[in-house]
Design a protein around this ligand. Structure first.
Ligand code: SAH
Length: 344
């Protein structure tokens, strides 16, 4: 059965034609799915009953269940562990910011990238998420929390640019003027640095913000903690980033998780400043979230010190607020915990 929620409007028009229904039905169904956000064909009350039955037998609307939900006692962060139709689990994190609610969504079940400090990668990669599974993270969270999300970050489990086609389809559905109408200016994609895809994204001129996870500023050291660097070394990555900026006019954010005894000395700051010297770069620092199996740790003070080093070298940097630190809100932590529990 075809997943109707993942269909673009032209795809839906085609599907409606295939079952010999008039064209305007596609518009009605699309509105129910993406504007009214109903999840049962039986609720599409302006469709004739026979058509609803027909849709039920030919198409499916995927459903999520909330496997776990953790609400922070420190701030208003809520973390959801969703169970997908095939029993897999992913995480979605809802965060309160000054200007509204922001949602951090996953793009894959697990991850292939192998970054040493990241929990998402420990249990390996299972599969890509579909466009509808990305949309449902928004819809289900908005419904459960009773909020309207104004910003989306693709920073949950997975590497968005390793699931390029589904992510692009999701962005198309999200921003469709005839449907959900979210401006892609409110969307950030975070990548570990898949160079050809960064260039492709630049050519599409979507208006979204690109965040690049850097964490080290020399090839030898970055390759040690981020295997992707062996495939796409720093110079190629920087060239792609500059290309992105030239094509889109959008400044890139560089993510840098500060890790004690790994990347937080003055020499590290100098290497980073040198790497970024020809760009109007913005560096987002975050004290690394400790993952049980990994030996990385940092304090807020060491992130603060590193920020001062950078500022003195003329690089604009901020420290990201750590939200939901009491509820394992870092990338992949909750899914990983639940996978471990299954083993007992
Ligand atoms: N694969 C994408 C997006 C998911 S990870 C990427 O690599 O950018 C989102 C961000 O969280 C990345 O910057 C990633 O490097 C960072 N991250 C992963 N594990 C972390 C940890 N334990 N502490 C702090 N940041 C972490």
């Amino acid at each position: 059965m075809q997943d109707i929620l993942a269909m673009t409007f032209p795809e839906l028009q085609e599907a409606v034609k295939q079952i010999n229904e008039p064209g305007y039905r596609a518009k009605q169904i699309y509105k129910w799915l993406h504007v009214r956000k109903v999840r049962e064909f039986s609720q599409m009350t302006n469709l004739p009953a026979v058509l609803r039955t027909k849709l039920e037998s030919d198409f499916l609307i995927p459903k999520f269940t909330i496997a776990r939900k953790l609400s922070s006692r420190l701030d208003e962060t809520v973390k959801y562990l969703y169970q997908l139709p095939d029993g897999q689990h992913i995480e979605t994190v809802l965060m309160k910011y000054q200007h509204g609610w922001r949602l951090c969504i996953s793009t894959q079940v697990g991850c292939k990238m192998g970054c040493q400090f990241c929990a998402s990668t420990i249990a390996g990669y299972v599969r890509n998420l579909t466009a509808s599974e990305m949309l449902l993270q928004i819809d289900e969270t908005e419904k459960d929390a009773g909020v309207s999300v104004s910003g989306i970050v693709l920073m949950g489990i997975g590497e968005p640019l390793d699931n390029f086609d589904n992510v692009m389809k999701f962005l198309g559905l999200l921003s469709d003027p005839g449907g959900r109408q979210m401006s892609l200016r409110h969307v950030t994609i975070s990548t570990c640095g898949i160079v050809p895809r960064i260039r492709e994204l630049a050519d599409l001129r979507t208006g979204l913000t690109l965040a690049v996870s850097l964490h080290q500023a020399t090839d030898i050291r970055r390759s040690r903690i981020m295997p992707v660097n062996r495939r796409y070394p720093l110079q190629e990555l920087m060239d792609a980033c500059q290309y992105y900026f030239r094509k889109t006019g959008r400044r890139i954010t560089y993510e840098y998780a500060v890790m004690e005894q790994e990347n937080n000395t003055l020499a590290d700051a100098k290497a980073l400043a040198e790497l970024l010297q020809h760009q109007q770069a913005h560096v987002n620092l975050i004290p690394v979230n400790s993952v049980q199996e990994r030996n990385y740790h940092a304090t807020r003070q060491s992130a603060q010190r590193f920020m001062e080093y950078l500022e003195n070298l003329g690089i604009h940097a901020t420290i990201r607020r750590t939200l939901g630190s009491d509820i394992q809100a870092a990338c992949g932590q909750l899914r990983h915990e639940s996978e471990k529990m299954k083993k007992f």
